[in-house]
Design a protein around this ligand. Sequence first.
Ligand code: F6P
Length: 529
Amino acid sequence: MNDWQALRDHQRMVANRPILTLFDEDRAAGFSARADGLLFDFSKTNICQTGLDLLIRLAEGADLPVKRDAMFNGARINETENRAVLHTTLRNMDAPVLVNEQDVTGPLRQTHGRMQAFAREVRDGTFAGQGGRITDVVNIGIGGSDLGPAMACIALSPYADGPRCHFVSNVDGAHIADVLAGLNPETTLVIVASKTFTTIETMTNAETAKAWMAKAVKEPAAQFAAVSTAADKTAAFGIDASRVFGFEDWVGGRYSMWGPIGLALMLAIGPEDFDQFLAGGAAMDAHFRQTDLRQNLPVLLALVGIWHNQICDYATRAVLPYEQRLSRLPAYLQQLEMESNGKRVSMDGADLAIHSGPVVWGEPGTNGQHAFYQLIHQGTRVIPCEFLVGREGHEPDLAHQHRLLVANCLAQSEALLRGRTLEQATDIMRKKGLEGAELERQARHRVFPGNRPSTTLCYPKLTPFVLGQIIALYEHRVFVEGVILGINSFDQWGVELGKELALALQPILEGASAEGKDGSTRQLVDYLR
Ligand code: F6P
């Protein structure tokens, strides 16, 4: 706790310091780091050399390097589920890793090869539906079995040259109804993606899809594939083993898009580009493992997060990609961060003495600018912003629009940093002809406090490789934060209670007695049933 206290004491001393005053000639270079073409700039935060040293001390004090190596080497660091955490092997299948004294990479390579073969067959028409070549793929999954591939299919749409991919997650029948409405069952492939193959939303939607398919297709199960750790359950559902792609329980749901859960993405962009995505992830792994903590992107991103959330007490974090195709990145990161680090006890079961992870939210720029940035600039609470922006877009004919996009991204972080003083605002309004009390009143509305922290992650272009780098960067950031907080980032017991109560409420909605429920729940049941 001493390291935490030292950081808090330091923060109290510098809390009112204008970030702008930190900028000497070396600040930008000194408070940024690069990795394989990425640039992470955290110079527009109130972290100075003393603060950074204290943050690094926190990471070292938490044994970060040892814990990082333990994860990569297959130790059972997910202690509450007694599991290793080896999603990293999915993107680096060449170096042997032992679990229970068995090298796990052989089976991974085999499954990856089967996925590639299947993807090629679907994409070249060798595998067809009753009505011929597969035109559409429907991925049915939720949480980690949906958000990753759904986000990546949008992110990498310029590389999509396979069947169209659609995603159904919500148990709300409207979701599957709307997706299936536009599709021809005879040329549709359904992927049922569920690590456990028990998730009620996914299994309910899978049955609905099966019934829909059965109305038009003689052998509906032949147009189904499954991705799961539960081979017995996929067989019971009627999906032939040749189209079942398994993975192990040491791949957490929200870390699983690199393996079979990424099948829809592989079908969309092809095995070669999918491998590029894996290569990007593997490059970030190597950077994370080999780079000094002070130049290490995931470590720095995590330390900035800790500084803002646990030390400065800023409860939320906005993720603001200036890249329309990263529109689902904030939702993806919500699960990654909030399911991983939303914990109230430390690894040993003791109450957490510090706050758990932050609320993560966001939307792409420039859209957000015309919606919620008002609060970010002038609201009374500070919201640290994380901007992402690429040097180049995929539309060479629209380079002028890309420049406008980049200019807006840079303008926002500059505006947050600089703000606008009352003096400046008064000057502007005076030039517009106002004077006296009205001038004063109007000027006050136009003041921007500034001194609001942001970071910017720049990348060359949103290619499959770069997306892999970005996703692995955030995964490791969450891991580092978890290590420093002393929590288990790889379980998710907090989702269980709601699931149990939903099961119990189903019969009540069908008419069973609501006795024992609280008055509010009874009233809502009365209204809704
Ligand atoms: O309820 C939470 C959760 O277990 C997530 O962790 C997971 O990503 C999601 O549900 C889906 O689980 P499954 O892949 O087993 O269907």
